[in-house]
Design a protein around this ligand. Sequence first.
Ligand code: K1U
Ligand code: ZN
Length: 172
Amino acid sequence: MALLNILHFPDPRLHKVAKPVQAVDARIKQLVSDMAQTMYDAPGIGLAATQVDVHERVIVIDLSDEQNELRVLINPEIVWASDEIQTYEEGCLSVPGVYDEVKRASEIKVQFLDQNGAAQTIEADGLLSVCIQHEIDHLNGKVFVERLSSLKQSRIRTKIAKQKREQATAVS
Ligand code: K1U
Ligand code: ZN
């Protein structure tokens, strides 16, 4: 197992659209294992392959406090979404220190392959629904801040540029 490097917004590689996985083989199983370790280490409750610069449609999620309920979603497709909307204050391992409210469908039905390559369907609501939609956005090259107003995005870009300048000064 290995810890993978997480790309940080506004890295342009976060905007690549991930390709479908052709076969759930040993390479994909190793990627899943490395992504899970990287998510637990961060710590986070989700991670998309895009965030570790692998542009294939793989997601890991674990909402448990004990980090023992890993969910693996390969080639996830939202096949139904409720008209009802929920608002949740989201964070992102690719945008550390930034949290803001995002509106998304309350309930979704998702088809995907699990880590054994078996087809699965789940219905999700609450945080699981939020997290799956957030991670599928990553696979489609979209970071959650890009769902915020232009003014908020501009403030976030300014904050990140300032943090980068301060980090550069601290090490020099
Ligand atoms: O995709 C990511 O960047 C992971 C992200 C998932 C997410 C969180 C909240 C709403 C939507 C999607 C995170 O895991 S951010 C960190 C976080 O939420 C967390 C970290 C430690 C404990 C509990 C939560
Ligand atoms: Zn994220």
